[in-house]
Design a protein around this ligand. Structure first.
Ligand code: ADP
Ligand code: MG
Ligand code: MG
Length: 457
């Protein structure tokens, strides 16, 4: 985000700066701020082996307190919006109808969604664990939403630890840096998410039922979609049974990318789970509300009004919407071809590394226009946001690099509802991700960014 005068360890005695990096890396190892080390072949297959500290920023990114409050206030409003939009099956089907023609993945998700409409499937208990991402636009100083993640929102666990790391370092070295640890906001995202899962389980109200985590292959003590297909069934009363255990809540840490569905088995499992009475986090509807196409549709005039009554809430939502366009708008396609540096071209994908920028954006638009038909409908166009760059120290594999960086703020939100009773509608901590300003993409797992926290100014 925008930085005040950066406080650099280089202003410290270099020996002290080096000590701080070592302390920080040791803290990561001691407190589980670690990820699998791709350089170790046994990592991911042998538990507890091949771990390395997660890439992190040595000091938290500065953020004006007013912006922080604005982002926190938006969380329950977005939670509610997702729930409301999810109930309008026709809106989801219609908004994504063109995307469906050209994007197989979205088409498969919509097919499951359509089947649920046909059988009048109702989700009485609805659980959403979301992360809304923002950047602070330097020109207008406004907080603009990048996207809203409604499935597999990553890093509630490690994000909390980074906040702890920064508070600890400031406590220890604050006298050298003139920083106060209290200005790093408390961050309890992981326990709040766990609490929401537990509350959903309690609402389901079957003591013997379990919470099932859907993961990508090579993780432990959880189920992959193909295992669910092999050993899962839905009883006539809707109960989902997996390995003979009743399932109360299904949490998807996988299932958001086409790679998670290498065969028909995974799609069958997704459909099986959707047909059951288990609480799905997310349901197919919540998943679809998080698509970039729906983000763009919601930004059109008079669409929010269909889902939100409160005028102040509508104004708050609209204020954080960046420019978003569908590619059937010929004028905007022409402008984007002329000035590609002002736009981002986005397909309906998650997980980072999928967007198209700059010259490639221009070439892609020209090519898709030539192809004709609905090819353009697989994408949306978004105004490119330019946060102010500042200097920071990024630590990867124990080595500290100074760089010119920009940050993206993620605010977690949890929503739980049982019929008319809203059980939870909260903001749940945050995640800052920081990357060198010359990089277009932002994912931490994808290798573009480091984990960060924030320092209120
Ligand atoms: P994904 O679902 O793959 O994370 P995002 O929409 O978050 O897709 O885009 C990935 C990254 O691309 C973001 O983390 C951010 O760094 C960058 N990005 C996305 N949209 C914009 C934008 N409008 N302006 C500037 N950078 C953007
Ligand atoms: Mg995403
Ligand atoms: Mg993202």
């Amino acid at each position: 985000m925008s930085a005040a005068a950066p406080v650099l360890p280089s202003m410290m005695d270099p020996a002290a700066a080096e000590e701080m990096v070592r302390d920080a890396a040791a803290w990561c190892a001691l407190h589980g701020l670690v990820v699998g080390d791709r350089a170790d072949p046994r990592s991911g297959t042998v538990p507890g082996v091949g771990l390395v500290h997660a890439p992190f920023s040595l000091l938290p990114a500065h953020l004006p307190e007013s912006i922080w409050r604005q982002a926190c206030e938006l969380a329950p409003i977005f939670n509610n919006l997702v729930d409301r939009v999810s109930l309008d099956g026709n809106f989801l089907q219609e908004s994504l109808s063109k995307t469906k023609q050209v994007d197989d993945f979205t088409s498969r998700l919509l097919e499951i969604h359509r089947k649920m409409i046909e059988i009048n499937k109702e989700e009485n208990i609805r659980l959403g664990l979301f992360r809304s991402d923002y950047m602070l636009d330097s020109e207008t100083s406004s907080l603009l939403q990048i996207e809203l993640n409604t499935i597999s929102a990553s890093f509630p666990g490690l994000g909390c630890l980074v906040s702890e790391l920064h508070r600890t370092l400031i406590n220890q070295y604050g006298y050298l840096l003139s920083l106060e640890h209290k200005r790093v906001p408390a961050n309890a995202a992981s326990s709040q998410f766990a609490e929401a899962l537990a509350r959903a389980w309690a609402e389901f109200n079957v003591d013997s039922a379990v919470v099932m985590m859907i993961v990508q292959p090579e993780e432990r003590n959880m189920k992959t979609l193909s295992q669910v297909e092999a050993v899962g069934q839905v009883l006539p009363d809707g109960t989902l049974l997996v390995d003979g255990k009743k399932v109360a809540v299904v949490y998807y840490r996988a299932g958001y990318t086409p790679n998670d569905y290498p065969s028909e088995a995974e799609w069958s499992a997704r459909l099986l789970i959707e047909q059951s009475s288990a609480v799905k986090c997310p349901s197919i509807s919540y998943h679809l509300v998080g698509t970039k196409k729906i983000q763009q549709e919601l930004a059109k005039p008079n669409v929010l009004e269909r889902f939100v009554e409160n005028k102040e809430e509508i104004a708050k939502l609209r204020k954080c919407f960046a420019g978003l366009w569908s590619l059937d708008d010929e004028e905007i396609v022409k402008t984007a071809i002329e000035k590609p540096e002002l736009f981002v071209l986005k397909p309906q994908r998650e997980g980072g590394g999928n967007n198209i920028y700059g010259l490639e954006l221009r070439e892609t638009l020209i090519r898709l226009q030539k192809e004709g038909g609905d090819a353009l409908a697989a994408y949306i166009l978004m105004q490119r946001i330019f946060p102010k760059a500042s200097s920071a120290y990024l630590v990867r594999g124990g080595i500290c690099h100074e760089g010119l960086v920009i940050s993206e703020l993620g605010i977690y939100g949890a929503y739980l509802r049982n019929k008319d009773k809203v059980v939870i509608n909260d903001q749940c901590g945050y995640l800052m991700r920081t990357k060198v300003s010359s990089s277009d993409e932002g994912g931490v797992a994808a290798g573009f960014a480091v984990l960060d926290s924030l320092y209120l100014t």
